[in-house]
Design a protein around this ligand. Structure first.
Ligand SMILES: [Zn+2]
Length: 165
């Protein structure tokens, strides 16, 4: 049992007391501070929350990985280069058709470039903009998503870094 100053009259009161024996106020030792505890790294430090993502002044938490803010060198939004993969797929497709078409009895070897074209096409579809986090152990693609969302997360991390100084 500890003694605390009453929030109304300031006299020392037991923190278990429901009523101050001096001034009669209810819950004399409960102050705004104890009613809303602020814990480092918890709610009070939250800068951004999104499904699966939490950015605080100390941590950047992603579904796959958590980074300490002071371990982040820089954050960049990396643009996906899906177009190059589509061009590659088109080149493979055209050459595969050319091989089959140029031979008299339909050379079956042309099936391989066509299969390659399908593989590249799938890769092209999977290309997404990503958030690149530079750490001391290298660049990490922390998340993928649409550019707008990535920019918001990027700004939140940069704000956290600024707050930490
Ligand atoms: Zn009192």
């Amino acid at each position: 049992m500890a003694l605390k100053p009453c929030r109304e009259c300031g006299k020392q009161v037991s923190d278990q007391a429901e009523i101050c024996p001096n001034c009669g106020i209810k819950e004399p030792t409960i102050s705004a501070e104890t009613a809303l505890p602020s814990q480092p790294g918890e709610d009070s430090d939250v800068i951004l929350t999104m499904p699966g993502i939490l950015i605080t002044r100390t941590l950047a938490k992603f579904p796959s990985q958590t980074f300490p803010i002071n371990g982040i060198g820089s954050v960049t939004v990396a643009t996906a280069n899906g177009v190059l993969w589509f061009i590659g797929a088109a080149v493979f497709l055209v050459s595969g058709i050319a091989v089959i078409g140029s031979s008299v009895d339909g050379n079956p070897i042309g099936i391989f470039p066509i299969l390659g074209a399908f593989a590249l096409f799938i890769v092209a579809l999977k290309q997404k903009d990503g958030l690149l986090i530079k750490t001391s152990s290298g660049d990490v693609r922390a998340m993928v998503g649409d550019k707008k969302k990535l920019e918001i997360v990027k700004q939140a991390i940069e704000r956290a870094a600024t707050m930490r100084g």
